[in-house]
Design a protein around this ligand. Structure first.
Ligand code: SF4
Ligand code: SF4
Length: 377
């Protein structure tokens, strides 16, 4: 009797197993042929203007329909997910700390952390005679569609990919390869059922009925990507969000069930609870020295200062009073403009009257608005 030999491990299995060893939490293969419905849906979202100021999403949008434009001969894609479901982190001592940072921004920038893992996969693929290219949220690849077709989860009512295993706190990535195309199996079933928790919990009503987010109202967009003043009517909805928002992920029952299971990415308490004073009285260069490795760098120093004073206005906590004073004297007009909103929330007529004499017309107009609102109240 001869012992049976173990079945040879295929190249797709080797790459998938390596991805999990490297730290991705879920991985699965999908065809590189993008279904018509996926790119049509994306085109409709762009056509409706819900990408707000993210014009870069429109540049070369057609390439999302043709993955061969990103890697010639693209046949199969390894869809990847990594959890950022962290447990709470302690507030560091010292400094003036308030407001929330979304969990995806608690670590040094996830692009920087995920790209080396993708590079390892590209090298391994090359050793197997496979050409490959990695993407994490920076190329013409529809990661959510791929992940759904790779059976990692489903396109949920929140507009996110949700996994029964990981919940909604998932960062997606993709490894595009020239492996021969294999048609997809059935897509992951929709497991939202009758739940609508994410839609009800969204502070600004940014989740539309077609499972898409309207960035024009989304706190994540407003605090990270949006430049300049935020629409006054949306500022109360920003609440205590200093950077990003992940309410729709946190309330999802699949996230609650999954718990805090992030194993590869490590949170940094100084990023989760930054000292608000660090956004004032400093140059953009010094700010970048401190935060250049993090999502905090995206809105830049003046964006973080704008966010900090908006939070101080909404919270009206006495210990945050110094933030209003720092913002009212800031060098950037956008920050002084945000101070007008905060002073209005604090019903600080004197502070508004001072900003009514600001050299910048846009600040003066907001100070007038704040005073008018207080008079009308
Ligand atoms: S991130 Fe926040 S504001 Fe944006 S859709 Fe989710 S809950 Fe709404
Ligand atoms: S909160 Fe409910 S509706 Fe929203 S994504 Fe999760 S399961 Fe779906």
């Amino acid at each position: 009797m001869t012992a049976s030999l173990p079945a040879p491990v295929s190249a797709p299995d080797t790459l998938r197993e390596l991805a999990l060893e490297l730290g991705f939490d879920v991985a699965g293969w999908a065809s590189a042929t993008v279904p018509r419905a996926a790119w049509q849906g994306y085109g409709e979202w762009l056509g409706s203007g819900r990408q707000a100021g993210m014009g870069y999403l429109e540049t070369g949008a057609w390439r999302r329909a043709d993955l061969g434009s990103s890697l010639s001969g693209a046949g199969r894609v390894l869809a990847l997910g990594i959890s950022h479901a962290f447990a709470e982190v302690p507030v560091p001592s010292g400094g003036l700390r308030a407001g929330r940072v979304a969990r995806y921004a608690w670590t040094p920038d996830y692009h920087a952390q995920t790209l080396p893992l993708l590079s390892r996969l590209v090298k391994e693929a090359a050793s197997l005679g496979i050409r490959a290219r990695g993407f994490v949220d920076h190329g013409p690849v529809m990661e959510r569609d791929l992940a759904g077709r790779a059976f990692l989860g489903w396109h949920a009512k929140s507009g996110m990919l949700v996994s029964t295993e990981l919940g909604a706190f998932v960062t997606l990535a993709a490894l595009l390869t020239d492996l021969p195309d294999v048609p997809d199996g059935p897509a992951h079933p929709d497991r939202c059922g009758r739940c609508t928790r994410c839609i009800s919990a969204c502070p600004t009503g940014a989740i539309d009925a077609d499972r898409a987010i309207d960035a024009r109202r989304c706190v994540s967009y407003l605090t990270i990507e949006h430049r300049g003043p935020v629409d006054w009517t949306l500022r109360p909805g920003i609440g205590d969000w200093l950077l990003g928002c992940d309410v729709c992920c946190a309330v999802c029952p699949w996230s609650v069930k999954a718990g805090a299971l992030a194993r590869s990415l490590k949170p940094d308490p100084e990023l989760a609870w930054p000292d608000l004073r660090g956004f004032f009285g400093t140059s953009e260069r010094d700010f970048l020295r401190r935060y250049g490795h993090a999502t905090h760098a995206r809105p830049r120093r003046k964006g973080m200062a704008r966010n900090a004073v908006t939070v101080a206005g909404n919270l009206r906590r006495p210990d945050l009073r110094p933030i209003l004073e720092l913002a009212a004297a800031d060098a950037a007009w956008e920050v002084r403009e945000a101070a007008c909103y905060a002073l209005r929330q604090w019903e600080d007529v004197r502070g508004l009257e001072q900003l009514r004499r600001d050299p910048d017309e846009r600040v003066r107009a907001s100070a007038e608005r704040g005073l008018r609102e207080l008079l009308d109240a």
